[in-house]
Write a protein that binds this ligand. Structure first.
Ligand code: HMG
Ligand code: MG
Length: 330
């Protein structure tokens, strides 16, 4: 084994075939799960926004290219936010200029306001995501807006983006708990989420920003949205793994019909404006579970692990993903 390369998962690559999972330990389907899940990869954005050091833009571009080669088709690359608020992503325009178009791969970016939209349009983006808060405190800390005024900030962004033919996703943060306000009632989250979707967003990603959700809470929130007329086809889930619940929460969401799951290669991540937030659900851990369940993702696990091992070398610390630790070089 050469340093920096990942051990090949048995049964992956050439050995991968009918009835075999990527890990080589068999596929065991469970009733009630979707046949296919779209992984929304947030490593370059949610992951790298929280790095202590600023990652060189060429490394970011290589990271994105490797993710695309591993089969990820939705790769959230960066944010057009104020560079003083998130200096780690101040090179957003430069990064987009370095990205190679890849067939079937989308490169959404975060945009909070019209200034951010202008910057994104200058770079020719085709998909953006606005990001709202389910709580007053986080709206102020993350966006410098109140619960109400955040919608006034987003409305012209979505309207103009749609006029330009862009796809607009919405995030909602603090859906399961807030470090300053504590428990967040399901009805409060549903009300805020319905308003974001009502602006014209095609999808709403429900964020457990600080990782406090548990599976029953996930089911209750999805039931709350269903009761408000928002089915799982309009929703995605976005779990952080602070308390080790991200995969269990994802599984609960899948049983409720969710087919879009946010994850971050190597478990990178966090939010600079929510101190207790740690990394996202690791994409490798998600793909391992889905491969074992026979749920299609289109992601090649070996190639993804190699990518996270390579990035860990650049960041100078090991990946948080259990699967990367298990399959990576020892
Ligand atoms: P503000 O300071 O209130 O901005 O920040 P402002 O509108 O008062 O403008 C002040 C100056 O900033 C002006 O410049 C603007 O032009 C400039 P001046 O006239 O003084 O020279 N400005 C900008 N410059 C570049 N790009 C922009 C921009 N906007 C204004 N977009 C703002 C308001 C929203 C910009 C700020 O609060 C911000 O950037 N917040 C982003 C915080 C962030 O990125 N957080 C992490 C992402 S959210 C997350 O991680 C959660 C998620 O993963 C889901 C989950 O886990 O829950 C999505
Ligand atoms: Mg996040």
């Amino acid at each position: 084994m050469t340093a920096g390369s990942a051990r090949r998962a048995p049964g992956s690559g050439a050995e991968r075939g009918a009835g075999r999972d990527a890990a080589g330990y068999g596929t065991y389907a469970l009733d009630g799960l979707p046949a296919r899940v779209a992984v929304h990869e947030v490593g370059p954005r949610d992951g790298l926004q929280n790095e202590a050091t600023i990652v060189p833009v060429e490394v970011k571009a290589e990271f994105v290219a490797r993710l695309a080669r591993a089969g990820l088709t939705r790769i959230e690359t960066t944010s057009f936010v104020h560079p003083k608020w998130v200096p780690q992503l101040a090179d957003a325009a430069e990064l987009l200029d370095l990205l190679e178009p890849a067939p079937g791969v989308r490169y959404p970016v975060l945009v909070p306001n019209e200034r951010g939209l202008d910057r994104a349009l200058e770079r020719g983006v085709t998909e953006i995501a606005i990001f709202g808060s389910a709580t007053e405190t986080f709206a102020r800390r993350n966006l410098n807006q109140g619960m109400e005024s955040q919608f006034d900030m987003f409305a012209p962004v979505v309207e103009r983006a749609l006029d330009h033919g862009l796809r607009v996703r919405a995030y909602l943060s603090m859906c399961f708990g807030d470090p300053w306000e504590g428990a967040v009632p399901v009805e409060q989250v549903v009300r805020a989420g319905v308003r974001l979707l009502g602006l014209g967003c095609f999808e709403l990603s429900l964020g457990d920003t600080i990782g406090v959700a548990t599976p029953g809470h996930v089911a209750a929130l999805l039931d709350g949205f269903a009761a408000a007329g928002v089915g799982p086809e309009r929703l995605a889930v976005h779990f952080h793994d602070t308390y080790g619940q991200a995969l269990a929460n994802t599984f609960a969401a899948l049983t409720k019909g969710i087919t879009v799951v946010d994850a971050s290669a190597g478990g990178l991540g966090g939010c600079p404006y929510a101190e207790s937030a740690t990394g996202n659900l690791a994409t490798e851990d998600l793909v391992w579970m889905l491969d074992g369940l026979g749920v299609e993702t289109g992601v090649d696990l070996t190639s993804l692990v190699e990518t996270s091992v390579w990035l860990a070398g650049r960041l100078g610390r090991p990946s948080a993903s259990r699967v990367v630790q298990a399959l990576g070089p020892r």
